[in-house]
Design a protein. Structure first.
Length: 170
């Protein structure tokens, strides 16, 4: 991310208002499952993780680096409000406590519409679309018995025919 930032967005010749797609850079996704459990294990490690996540959340969008964070429950004691509030998309699935909804959606928790809850069902909030509150959401069920997920992911990862490349960060 920092290499991209220095090479494309920090120089005098940088295009004002540009982002990763302007320079045809491939998106990079960081998946972090059970974030809170990992951060709760070691306070020193938690501070380091939080420092890196904060940079990704604040600078990543422009450079095409995105963090996908998941947890059973997000906690204010473990994950900073700054990181949570800078998430461009927030999804809360299943039955959750009022505090958990508040951690995910902040002040807009009080305005949640009624929605069916259960496996793959809940709420979504997408920043930048003019939404003032989260909306009801149902995630598609991935039928892993019908789809070879590993092969599909390898195809996306190694398919060289895609338009986006990033020669700088190899």
């Amino acid at each position: 991310m920092n290499i991209r930032y220095n090479n494309y967005f920090s120089s005098e010749s940088a295009i004002v208002g540009s982002n990763f797609s302007t320079y045809k850079l491939r998106s990079i996704f960081l998946f972090f499952d059970e974030l809170i459990a990992t951060m709760g294990e070691d306070k020193k490690l938690a501070k380091e993780i939080e420092s890196f996540l904060l940079q990704i959340m604040l600078k990543g969008r422009q450079s095409g680096i995105f963090a996908i964070l998941s947890s059973q429950r997000f906690s204010a004691e473990v994950l900073s409000t700054t990181i949570r509030e800078n998430a461009g998309m927030r999804v809360a699935l299943g039955r959750m406590s009022k505090d958990s909804y508040r951690m995910v959606f902040g002040d807009s928790y009080d305005e949640l519409p009624s929605a069916e809850k259960g496996i793959g069902k809940g709420y979504i909030f997408l920043d930048g679309l003019g939404w003032s509150t989260p909306r009801a959401f149902q995630a598609p069920i991935l039928k892993t018995e019908e789809i070879d997920v590993r092969s599909l992911l390898k195809k996306f990862l190694y398919d060289k025919s895609q338009e986006f490349t990033d020669e700088t960060c190899k």
